[in-house]
Design a protein around this ligand. Structure first.
Ligand SMILES: Cc1cc2nc3c(=O)[nH]c(=O)nc-3n(C[C@H](O)[C@H](O)[C@H](O)COP(=O)(O)O)c2cc1C
Length: 200
């Protein structure tokens, strides 16, 4: 084995999301691309997104403390690259791109209409991590396009994009991707299950 200069690249590929923050009613929406997203608790479903402190998204998120993550499909890859390399401090990414937004379940936070699906997150904890802040909280709404999600992503039906490194993305393309089925979940007793998991 050889030493790796950029170790975080070893933890990829990962899905790509468009984070939408701000209020449709007040007209201060910003969108940008994120991939530093992690599940945190299963019951209830909670996730955290690490956001760079210098970004405009960070500023707006601190004000509203809720966001949507729209799952990027093949049609949104170019948009994700564009908004992931421009700041809302300099341009209004909504009007420049002309991207279509719809309100999520709270009636005010937008999601990307042409995405594969979205989750709406109510931030419960804001945790400082050096140059980033983790905005962690509950998924209060989750919706997916019927034809592409059936209890899991139907990657047989859509080329599912993943971020590999910098400007390189992967498309997991239907028949070229092998889904390996295991007996996991049937045979295992889940000894790692803790009481914390069962709370609430
Ligand atoms: C594929 C991809 C993934 C990214 N993931 C993150 C991330 O998880 N967190 C983050 O703070 N920035 C991430 N970025 C960078 C932001 O999208 C970028 O800094 C953006 O310009 C911030 O815009 P804003 O100032 O309008 O918030 C990512 C960019 C790309 C292209």
């Amino acid at each position: 084995m050889k030493p790796v200069r950029k170790p975080l690249r070893m933890l990829r590929p990962v899905p790509i999301y468009i984070i939408s923050v701000g209020s449709l009613k007040k007209g201060d929406v910003n969108i940008s691309t994120v991939s530093w997203v992690s599940p945190l608790t299963k019951i209830p479903p909670r996730i955290g997104t690490a956001i760079d402190k210098s970004s405009y998204t960070h500023k707006v998120l601190n004000k509203y403390r809720r966001y949507t993550l729209s799952i990027v499909g093949p049609d949104l890859l170019e948009l994700a690259k564009f908004i992931g390399t421009r700041s809302g401090r300099e341009i209004d990414k909504i009007s420049v791109t002309g991207v279509a937004l719809d309100p999520a379940g709270d009636g005010d936070t937008p999601y990307i209409k042409n995405s594969l699906g979205y989750v709406l997150v109510e931030v419960e904890k804001v945790v400082d991590f050096w140059s980033t802040t983790l905005f962690a909280g509950r998924i209060v709404e989750a919706k997916a396009r019927e034809e592409v999600f059936d209890n899991r992503w139907n990657i047989e039906a859509i080329p599912f994009p993943l971020h590999l490194a910098k400007h390189e993305f992967i498309l997991c393309q239907g028949k070229l991707t092998t889904v390996v089925k295991t007996k996991w979940g049937i045979a295992m007793k889940k000894p790692w299950r803790t009481n914390i998991d069962k709370e609430e």
